[in-house]
Design a protein around this ligand. Structure first.
Ligand code: GLC
Length: 737
């Protein structure tokens, strides 16, 4: 057009045939032409089209920036603590002995007090309660025992008003036998005929019809139950009252996606996906081989008797989860609608990584500590458990080990520090998490000892990653005694019979929350709570612990505050076992000028942190660290107290006997200034006095003002079994107490 408007076109052969009608026109004629409505409209249309394309590209760019941001560092669950509420046991509002939704709502202030911002509710759906809610008769309704949908909506609203998140339990593997789908499937009414895993039986030698194969239920006995209506067997990975859904049927997947949509529309903030390893079965339905691994001594009807190559972790599992994840993610638009997706699968860390990498879920629970007991812990045991998870968080996996140092006589010292720093870790893909207890495994305070409560909270709340805390663990709640078989509630245990039920029962870890010292711990006004309250509630409860500054509860709250500091939000971690009892780690800022050194005695005997094994560069050279927090301790010869200064000098040292003021004393010389390794600093007596004067009370006894031949020289901070210390350097230090 520009060409046309500036020239008179004379050569008709040289121009575009489309423009022929305008050839030979003069400029003003052409201008007149341009004003014709057709051309005006065309120009406006073109302008609108260009503007729309530009707007589209611009908004896409903005969305992807926002999305990227919300996908990575800003995801709320990365810095939250997931608090597991087992609704039956949390708070009963109507005096029937079973906890309910109104009870939970009445305790929302408790979460604020704790500093908790994400609550995971185990199932509250309509259920005959054979597996206490994991047997669901209606996925989109609340069981009357817990309340109704309005109560649930109130819970979500109230929680959101307080900035808490509500995470639901999603149970895709099975329904209750009382679900209408099962009823219709038994009658072979379409489209429900193939909603479950139905198989014909096998003719046995005795002429009877037996189950299609040898598959076992996780709760004991055959995984197949005969249905006389259909004259077929149905498969159930758990109780016979929990028939497995058939994920070979695409309609089942669609149904379950709609279940997710129902709860997402009500505003829930995420899901814990239950029993995912059971979702698919091998379609050849072959017998599984027996489990000859290690020392498995299960009897023939116990799940572990077989090696589960056909019923667990089938290849389609990840694809099915990815389908669920896609639905959940479609509800994420802005940071406040980001969802948390957690996977329940008990497997080795290396096998779980696929959930991070391929399912789209946020994390598979790390159950390593849930399966451990006191004999697995101590320094080296904890190191193993932490490292076996952390090494998979890195991509690529890389650890920087510090060479072993000499062990002092009589102690088993091994420094095996690993540094996992920003250069070698891509946490955006795999984010660590730590679980210590849940409704299926005994409470950690029972497995490790109640004196380990605080030290364990120091571990899981201060390591990088998302901790999951089981209700009441913050109070140091322990299991109740196993109730007699006749009073047993857990169907898994009942299924195993009176001889073996004690090995399997999950009742002990599900006892009611201990709120106060009134009857039944303030959990219910009923005289018969569904499970007995732990008799220790009289002393161990929220009310009494609230008033004690050094209670489990208050140490927990202090740690919750501390983990909000930015040094705990970054990705730097350096950790190691220094002795068979002591595990320690450092969290610090990128510059290293502010940080925290956490020393934990997770062993069964008192021990000291041997300075001679302290890795160089782990904490600042030559400066004492401040004791920011210690768990309560009863050292007879001098406790470490908050506010003390502790020397963690990198120690090129020699132990010498010196004569001072007429007495022989053993003495460690510490190289305080940066001299080449191996070269001892020349010290004056004043220097030595200073070195030791900076130490804790116990160590003060070694200071030169208090010479005693029988007292050791300062070897490092001394910790009782179950004692933990948080030391800090840099400023400003947080006011956490
Ligand atoms: C999960 C639940 C457990 C339940 C099982 C069967 O493992 O945590 O409590 O019994 O699934 O639904």
């Amino acid at each position: 057009m520009r060409k046309l408007s500036s020239h008179i076109i004379t050569d008709r052969n040289s121009i575009d045939p489309l423009l022929l009608p305008y050839a030979g026109m003069k400029k003003d004629e052409l201008l007149l032409f341009c004003k014709r409505p057709f051309w005006v409209r065309s120009r406006i249309a073109l302008l609108i089209a260009i503007l729309s394309i530009w707007l589209f590209l611009f908004s896409n760019a903005i969305t992807s920036v926002v999305h990227k941001k919300t996908c990575d560092a800003d995801k709320w669950w990365k810095h939250s603590i997931i608090y597991e509420v087992y609704p039956r046991s949390f708070k009963d509002s109507n005096g029937d002995g079973v906890g309910d939704l109104k009870g939970i709502i009445s305790k929302l202030d408790y979460f604020t007090y704790l500093g908790i911002d994400a609550i995971w509710l185990t199932p509250v759906y309509k259920s005959p309660m054979k597996d206490f809610g994991y047997d669901i008769a209606n996925f989109v309704d609340i069981d009357p025992l817990f309340g109704d949908l309005d109560n649930f909506k109130d819970l979500v609203t109230e929680a959101h008003n307080r900035d808490f998140k509500i995470i639901m339990d999603f149970v895709p593997n099975h329904t209750s036998r009382e679900h209408n789908w099962f009823n219709l499937s038994c009658q072979e009414i379409e489209p429900y005929t193939d909603y479950y895993v139905w198989k014909n039986g096998k003719l046995m030698k005795d002429g009877k019809i037996g189950p299609p194969n040898n598959w076992l239920s996780q709760f004991g006995g055959s995984a197949w139950t005969w249905n006389s209506q259909r004259s077929q067997f149905y498969y159930h990975a758990f109780l016979k009252e929990q028939p497995d859904l058939n994920y070979e049927n695409p309609k089942v997947l669609e149904e379950m996606k709609n279940v997710l949509r129902f709860w997402l529309d009500l505003g829930v903030d995420g899901f814990r996906i239950d029993a995912v390893s059971n979702l698919h079965e091998d379609l050849r339905y072959l017998d599984e081989p027996t489990n000859d691994e290690g020392s498995i001594s299960a009897s023939k009807d116990e799940f572990n008797y077989l090696k589960h190559i056909y019923v667990l972790h089938q290849p389609k599992t990840i694809t099915t989860i990815a389908e669920f994840v896609k639905v959940i993610r479609s509800y994420e638009n802005v940071p406040s609608t980001i969802k948390a997706i957690m996977i329940e699968d008990y497997d080795k860390a290396q096998n779980l990584m696929v959930y991070f990498d391929e399912s789209g879920a946020d994390f598979p629970f790390n159950f390593d500590f849930v399966g451990a007991d006191a004999k697995h812990l101590g320094g080296f045991g904890t190191m193993k458990l932490v490292d076996s998870w952390m090494k998979y968080m890195t991509a690529p996996t890389k650890s920087v080990a510090v060479a072993n140092r000499h062990a002092p006589e009589g102690n088993d010292v091994k420094s095996n520090y690993s540094s996992r720093s920003s250069q070698i870790i891509d946490y955006s893909k795999r984010w660590p998490n730590w679980v210590t207890s849940n409704h299926d495994r005994h409470r950690f305070a029972t497995r490790f000892g109640e004196n380990m409560t605080d030290v364990f909270h120091m571990l899981i709340l201060l390591l990088p990653g998302t901790p999951t805390v089981y209700y009441g663990d913050e109070l140091g709640m322990t299991n109740i005694d196993v109730p007699p078989f006749t009073q047993t509630q857990d169907s898994f245990a009942l299924n195993m019979g009176p001889e073996r039920y004690k090995l399997y029962t999950r009742d002990p870890e599900r006892s009611p929350m201990q709120w106060d010292s009134t009857p039944n711990a303030g959990f219910t006004t009923s005289n018969s709570p569904w499970l007995p309250v732990n008799p220790d509630y009289v002393k161990k409860n929220f009310q009494t612990e609230k008033d004690d500054k050094m209670s489990h509860l208050n140490i927990f709250r202090t740690l919750v505050k501390l983990r909000r500091e930015k040094e705990f939000r970054n990705i730097y971690i350096s950790y190691g076992a220094i002795t068979k009892n002591i595990f320690s780690f450092v969290r610090k800022n990128a510059e290293g000028d502010k940080g925290y050194f956490i020393i934990l005695n997770l062993g069964r005997e008192p021990d000291y942190y041997p300075l001679e094994a302290h890795p160089s560069g782990l904490t600042p050279f030559g400066k004492p660290l401040k004791v920011l927090l210690t768990t309560p301790n009863n050292h007879s010869n001098g406790a470490i107290s908050i506010g003390n200064q502790i020397n963690m000098f990198q120690s090129t040292q020699s132990i010498q006997t010196k004569n001072f003021k007429g007495k022989d004393i053993k003495m460690i010389e510490t190289l305080k200034d940066k001299k080449p390794a191996g070269q001892l600093g020349e010290k004056t007596e004043k220097d030595i006095e200073l070195d030791h004067g900076l130490t804790t009370k116990r160590n003060l006894s070694t200071s030169l003002n208090n010479i005693d031949n029988n007292v050791d020289v300062y070897k490092g901070p001394w910790l009782e079994s179950g004692q933990g210390l948080v030391l800090a350097w840099g400023s400003p230090l947080p006011d956490i107490l």
